[in-house]
Design a protein around this ligand. Sequence first.
Ligand code: NAP
Ligand code: HSE
Length: 420
Amino acid sequence: MIKVGIIGVGTVGTSVANILKENADVISARAGRDIVVKSGVVRNLSKDRGLDIILTDNVDDVLNDDEIDIVVELMGGVDEPFVVVKRALESGKAVVTANKALLAYHRYELQELAGNIPFEFEASVAGGIPIITALRDGLSANHIESIMGIMNGTCNYMMTEMTNNGVSYDAILKEAQDLGYAEADPTFDVGGYDAAHKLLILASIAYGLDAKPEDILIEGIENVSSEDIAFAKEFGYAIKLLAIAKKDNNEVELRVHAALIKKEAMIAKIDGVMNGVSVVGDKVGETLYYGAGAGGDATASAVVANIIDIARSGKSTPMLGFNRPMEGNTLTLKSSDDIESKYYLRINVTDKAGVLAQLSKIFESYNISIETMLQRSSENGSANLLISTHKAVEKDIQSMLKELEKLDFINFRPVMIRIV
Ligand code: NAP
Ligand code: HSE
């Protein structure tokens, strides 16, 4: 029998305990032995969680319990879980976590500490989709050319409801929190950080790249307005929060931002809490993964799969998939300044003579070529200029936006959304 201790019995932890009980027949058969939860750790012992497991508010009750074989960390955060997980590994216990924030900062230290002790984290990226296993095992024969996808269920749920049903940002964020999709601090979701944490984990498995959130371009959905959603819809685009990793010669670009995507594209059709990830390998070509990206049961499905795997074999694949560095591996992180993209710009101007002429000079001076432009005038004497550009370089667009902000005929900060 395998005994599990769950540190953090909230949305995901409760589902893990329930699945281990409700699906015990198939789980025991697949694992070759019974798996039971011996105890769980919470902060608030007075809260009823509808579970028949022993609960404590002291992590030592799990970490010092010699009968517990696997510690499942589902408390969230970075510093506290790092200490907890380190202690679990030091006492020889296998670890399963869904905590992408922890891994975004400490994955290489944890890999070192784990050594041959199993350390699994399937649920940390894209909830219930087995993307870690796919990338680390199923695609291990390939050089990975790109990874692109929707990796935050909360943002996708919000963008879908705002686009299809005109629901307000605040109301739909509250709903995503009530449904258990959002992080304890939802700024991580809407600010793009959660998707970035996931992208960094995938980048380590795909490219052996050790980057931190501070090193990459991260933007969220906070500045996507209902006006831009409506314009996007009118012109046949969906707006999604995308996470992108792309190899370009010896560099890898990593970025998270809202993006306009043609509505016919497969990824534009991924709605609600669903996530979708495309991985392109040099031998396999494109592969696609789709499924629930957040929520208790979907996430716990991936956590329990890791527990079963550990119970089955007791041995581990190297945590991040590489047994040693690749010979001649010179892959480095591309500077965000050098990223190239097409851009959508919405510039609200005073509708008067000479404005377009001045703007076109500024565009030219930053080497930014306009692909399409449309003017929507209002009765109050202002106009929205809706511009799409040909491919341009990020640092040029950013510098131009700074200059545009200073012009007296521009009424407020221009809106920029990348087109993918
Ligand atoms: P949650 O509902 O907030 O649950 C967190 C649990 O940890 C709660 O039971 C809390 O106790 C407990 N806890 C927190 N700090 C503690 C401490 N210092 N000592 C003891 N217990 C502590 O969070 P969740 O949504 O289940 O997420 C858990 C982890 O899974 C996070 O790392 C999250 O990023 C990740 N994840 C979540 C989802 C999802 O859809 N929710 C999907 C993928 C990954 P109380 O209940 O008493 O407050
Ligand atoms: N808050 C995360 C999301 C949970 O919405 O995608 C799943 O990682």
